[in-house]
Design a protein around this ligand. Sequence first.
Ligand code: ADP
Ligand code: SF4
Ligand code: MG
Length: 379
Amino acid sequence: MSVAARAPSTTTSVAAEPALEGRNLTKYFSVKGGHGIFARRARLCAVEDFSIALSAGTVTGLVGESGSGKTTVARLLAKVIRPDLGELFIDGEPAPRGRPRFYTAQVQMVLQDPFSSLNPVYRVRHDLVRPLRIHHGATDIDAAVSDLLRRVALEPPERFANKFPHELSGGQRQRVAIARALAVRPRVLLADEPVSMLDVSVRLGLLNLLADLRDRDQLAILYVTHDIGSARYLADTIMVMYAGKLVESAPSATLTDSPAHPYTQLLLSAAPDPDRAEPPSLAGSGAPPSLISPPSGCRFHPRCPHAMEICRREVPPDVPISSGHVAACWLHVDPAQRRAGSNGGEAPPEDGAQHRPDPAGGPPDREHDPMSSTIHEEG
Ligand SMILES: Nc1ncnc2c1ncn2[C@@H]1O[C@H](COP(=O)(O)OP(=O)(O)O)[C@@H](O)[C@H]1O
Ligand code: SF4
Ligand SMILES: [Mg+2]
């Protein structure tokens, strides 16, 4: 999806604490490794040491290739699954144990597939009435259903309330799914690839609906997508994941105009571009690694055109690039500190080329940026 950036949220949120926060989340899955008689259980690390803060009135885009851990992050935040490490906080307070109604009423998920998320035997009204009754004991149910359908621009509401899912288009079904999530009056919406299964012609309308919910209702929204173009359009902040780890985050215009991490640059170069003749593809740039035995050091190093010796050995630190902009990449660490960090094992670059990659494709030249020499200690 190729769209220009939408104006960021106009309402400044003054909330003291993020509505929902995940700190240092790590999630392992037990999977079958190997084949035949050699098969045995292996541990796959889907998400490692991942922190995220969702604030009222903002959209946070979570971007990455398939398998990078985006859905796992959303499911951890929704408490559908439990983290092996890390904690969740609501308004700065530790989230309750388990998944009590109090929690699900505040944090709702919208799934990718609008075709399977609605029960085909029930009319739309039925899907909306249940959460209205359970969570808020609404008495004027018809008025509440109409209000919900209006909020997702399904008008006239009486007409849509009596339809079955098969009588709706994909975009209309996804609007019903969003209306159902809104029925419990959540403060946080976790939207996992909400437009990726929809016709291109209706995607923009859905993104605009999410933007309206952010601006009008001050929802804190997580927008999960593999499409960095749509994240730029909708999100205030973009976080980029690779192989279960956060590699870069920044205000969305900063991230897409001045990407600092080579993986973000790769994603952007593969994003749809109406001026490009060739179809976008990450093919030819290698594939994401195994999460059972990920590469040492920087997980992106087997695909990275700028990889250095230290990248193969040591996990890069989170380096502040500018205000609100952080990239986990050795390129942005001062060479002297890089050598210190690697026990003196790396030869200094002879021509500095590694630190001044092509401005069109590589990270910006940050030789004179005082931030570039700051190594942020991983907590
Ligand atoms: N329930 C599960 N059991 C085993 N592996 C899983 C499970 N859920 C996700 N994974 C694995 O975790 C990794 C991340 O998956 P996911 O979070 O769905 O990525 P994304 O949403 O970015 O495509 C993948 O390798 C996936 O196969
Ligand atoms: S740390 Fe090294 S391998 Fe990883 S993205 Fe940066 S330059 Fe490439
Ligand atoms: Mg997913």
